[in-house]
Write a protein that binds this ligand. Structure first.
Ligand code: ADP
Ligand code: ZN
Length: 840
């Protein structure tokens, strides 16, 4: 035998345990029995201290300098679940976002898996063969063997614990295993999913004959059938002869028993059909005619194709005004990528948007398109994940997390509407999709295309530095003009004591739309009826008991709700200060606008789309379908309608209150406002008829609003950049926001101060400014107080390592602090946000 083959092979294994102390791979030996079955991406069970852990194999090596290396116990998942490129990506994310590696890894393993181990026990021989081998006095062993035989030869250990509750079960199992009578194995839990098979009812020939007979004699029933049975046959025929049994029962009113008797008569049959959860089920596809690209589109595409052809990494900002044909460019680039045998990822900001995009992409590219987003059940996501891994789907569309789809050989990553705040994850790892996409594209020698009409300030800045190549689409398709933007100064509309929600100008414009049969979009970034409920006599404002915000009144639900923690309060709303129950509704939400519309324009039909009307799956899509089919003249909604909609008959866009986002105490408030207004304005005039935009505001002079009215993008970026430079915000400074939270305010304050002292000791002098401790703008959330420290630095290089050390020390100091305040472990949290999207 070749001597090398005796050489033990070692594996670097990351434990599935999100703690900073265990946050590094550990070396394990691959025992000869598992040689060749352990690969990068395998999931294994390893011993650690006194227990067992799930681990991910990150790397294999020939040798190690370590002594006393323990062995991998089992391989759980044979086919690798990730490749070397993903290992690289996760390492980078862990460093960049100061997050434990194992926490990052949870992003790349299949949804719903890898959370827990299931141990199975299997009988290896017939029971009569097994029994003679047992020690005659061991009742436990005998019972186990008999139990296994009864269960069909195998069962889960957990089941056995329940059904054979014996104290010596463990040792009995061990000795059975040693005797070779049973085998024990581990599996990863699979996602809990609804049943994958369903019963279908099918009309048989005899059934058709009976129906024909009824038709011929003009009767609605037939001999030997109850009226409901006859109705069931009719229903089935109407559905083309086959439909799910449950639907048949529901629609015809027949009972299951009565249905079975039809079955016995041979008039219909019931069979189980395996189905794959198809997230597209019931959705139409938009097949668009092939168009000829405009010159600007052609130029952009050829730059992208240039990189693709040479298989080299490139990054582009496709800066194109709304309606300039960006999506068309993505589609062509993806098609080209597919032709080269490579795969693509397309990120879209919000689930509400995905249906339209999905329809369009499916129409153009077909079945190779998979969808991944959080609106799907775990089972649906799991199915899609597997299709992607197995190469059935080569194009993935989805929200942020689709970035981690298990594609091989990625050629292109597109981020549509790259300025959207949803691209920033707000739980650890708090990554930004743009930055991770750039990294993943580099690892695959792939092309990254960021598309937006209003790029994020950081992104334009990168373009200026030459890290991104700028591609411009400056004209709308067919040179359609951008809509005319008008502003209504609401200070002039409001008389004392009377709150005007819809200005005359907007009401008249809506009337005109209604008369001409066109459509309008009304935008307000606040759901519910009124953001505050205030006591009429003493002025008390109802606040959330858990958060430092007021509660919003919802008319339909007749309740108060906190939009941060979701807690609700039902009537009566008795003022805790004066005991009265008379209230004022303060502020305006979408429900109130809807009511006001009905009062002023009773004949105008309106669809409302916000988080309250879209709780059910696909309800976004249904509302949009209704609007597209012109079943309503107005679509009223929150930011979920602000982008992406491409509906030619929309000629009017109304912004109910442009100030809602402007007033936020956050450094991105102006940028967000400018982006939102520009995006929502862009929904108007995408067809033949020119568009009109009416913006209602109390601060018409703000530069964000002014720039939008004048369509002067450059003025906005110039002013915003000047302000950011002066105030020391991104892109001129990198920020790290550290938020400490606790139900006990004193502990929260003390911990923040402690962290500050640690940072003062270890950060390199002059490289970073540290602000705080201070209460966060949202000073209390879900019952926890929030204090923060803000680090500002020109360059995080050299700062990150120190920061990481500090966080570890802080972790170590935590127990004594907790003890002093008699708190539990989870009562003190630290969230570290690198490059935060907001500082709330
Ligand atoms: P964006 O993504 O920039 O908002 P889209 O790609 O959605 O723009 O294009 C806007 C509309 O113009 C769509 O209806 C699209 O089908 C159409 N379109 C795009 N490119 C062309 C073209 N070259 N010729 C004709 N119509 C086009
Ligand atoms: Zn709350």
């Amino acid at each position: 035998m070749d001597e090398n083959e005796l050489e033990p092979v070692f594996a670097e294994v990351l434990l599935d345990h999100p703690s900073r102390q265990l946050d590094r791979p550990f070396t394990y030996a691959v025992p000869s029995s598992l040689r060749g079955r352990v690969e990068v991406g395998s999931i294994v069970v390893v011993p650690f201290l006194k227990g067992h852990f799930i681990g991910y194999v990150l790397q294999l090596s020939e040798s190690t300098s370590l002594k006393n290396v323990r062995e991998i116990e089992r391989v759980v998942e044979e086919a690798p679940l990730f490749g070397r490129d993903s290992v690289e990506l996760c390492r980078w994310m862990s460093e960049h976002y100061l997050t434990p590696l194992s926490q990052v890894f949870r992003l790349i393993i299949p949804p719903g898996r890898g959370r827990s181990l299931i141990e199975e026990v299997r009988l290896l021989m017939p029971v009569e063969e097994a029994l003679p081998r047992l020690h005659s006095r061991s009742a436990a062993q005998r019972e186990i063997v008999e139990f296994l035989a009864k269960e069909g030869g195998e069962t889960r250990l957990s089941t056995m614990h329940v059904k054979l509750p014996r104290r010596n079960l463990g040792s009995a199992l061990r000795s059975l295993e040693e005797k070779g009578v049973i085998e024990r194995s581990f599996k990863l839990s699979r996602p809990h999913t609804e049943s994958l098979s369903r019963s279908m009812a099918k009309l048989e020939r005899a059934g058709r004959d009976v129906l024909r007979g009824m038709e011929e004699c003009g009767s609605s029933t037939a001999d030997g059938l109850t009226p409901l049975q006859a109705a069931a046959l009719h229903t089935l025929a109407r559905h083309g002869g086959e439909m799910p049994r449950a639907h048949l029962v529901q629609e015809s009113g027949i009972s299951y028993g009565s249905l079975s008797s039809l079955c016995r008569k041979g008039l219909l049959s019931i069979r189980d059909m395996q189905r794959k959860r198809d997230p597209f089920a019931g959705m139409s596809m938009d097949i668009m005619p092939e168009v000829e690209l405009t010159e600007e589109q052609r130029d952009s595409l050829s730059s992208i194709e240039g990189c693709l052809k040479e298989r080299r990494h490139g990054a582009f900002l496709l800066h194109g005004i709304t309606g300039s044909g960006k999506t068309e460019v993505y589609l062509r680039a993806i098609r080209r990528t597919l032709e080269m045998g490579r795969s693509s990822i397309v990120l879209v900001p919000e689930i509400a948007l995905t249906p339209q995009m999905v329809q369009r992409f499916r129409g153009a590219l077909g079945d190779t398109v998979a969808v991944l987003h959080s609106g799907l059940s775990v089972g649906e996501r799991y199915d899609q994940w597997m299709d992607i891994r197995d190469g059935v789907c080569r194009v993935v569309i989805g929200a942020r997390s689709a970035l981690f789809a298990p594609l091989s050989d990625i050629g292109l990553i597109v981020i549509d509407e790259e300025h959207e705040s949803t691209y920033k994850e707000n739980a650890a790892p708090r990554y930004h999709a743009r930055d991770v996409a750039l990294r993943r594209a580099q690892l695959h020698q792939a092309v990254l295309v960021l598309g937006s009409a209003t790029p994020q300030l950081e992104t334009t800045f990168l373009t200026g530095k030459g890290d991104l190549t700028l591609l411009r689409l400056s004209k709308r398709i067919d040179d359609r003009p951008l809509p005319r933007v008008e502003v209504v100064d609401m200070r002039e509309c409001n008389q004392p004591g009377i709150r005007t929600i819809l200005s005359n100008r907007l009401v008249n414009a809506l009337l005109a739309v209604q008369e001409s049969g066109e459509q309008a979009i009304l935008f307000l970034n606040r759901r519910g009826f009124a953001p505050y409920l205030q006591c009429h006599s003493c002025g008390y404002i109802f606040r959330c008991e858990l958060c430092s915000v007021s509660m919003c009144y919802h008319l339909e639900a007749d309740s108060l709700a906190c939009h941060h923690c979701g807690s609700m309060r039902n009537p009566p709303f008795k003022c805790p200060d004066c005991g009265r129950e008379e209230h004022l509704f303060r502020g305006v939400g979408t429900e109130r606008v809807e009511m006001e519309l009905r009062r002023l324009l009773p004949d105008l039909s309106c669809l409302r789309m916000d988080a309250d009307t879209t709780r059910r799956k696909l309800s976004h899509w249904r509302i949009l379908e209704d609007f597209k089919a012109r079943r309503a003249s107005v679509l009223l909604g929150t930011q979920m309608i602000a982008k992406g909609l491409d509906i030619p008959s929309v000629t009017l866009v109304g912004v109910i209150n442009a100030d809602t986002s402007l007033a936020l105490p956050d450094f991105r408030a102006a940028e967000r406002t400018y982006q939102l207004l520009t995006q929502v304005s862009g929904r108007a005039g995408r067809g033949e008829r020119p568009g009109r935009v009416i913006i209602q505001t109390f601060s018409p002079d703000s530069y964000a609003i002014q720039a939008c009215i004048r369509g002067d993008e450059e003025a906005f970026y110039r002013q915003e950049l000047a302000w950011r430079r002066e105030a020391g915000y991104p892109p001129f400074r990198r920020l790290v926001n550290m938020i400490v939270s606790s139900p006990l305010e004193s502990a929260c304050q003390e911990a923040t101060t402690l962290l500050r002292e640690m940072l003062d000791d270890c950060l390199p002098p002059k490289k970073a400014d540290l602000l705080g401790p201070a209460a966060a703008p949202l000073s209390r959330l879900k019952g926890r107080y929030r204090y923060h420290l803000l680090l500002k630095s020109r360059e995080l290089e050299g700062v990150m390592d120190r920061l990481r050390d500090c966080l570890s020390s802080f972790e170590k100091a935590k127990p004594s602090l907790l003890k002093r305040h008699s708190l539990k472990k989870e009562d003190l949290g630290l969230a570290v946000d690198v490059d935060p999207a907001s500082l709330l």
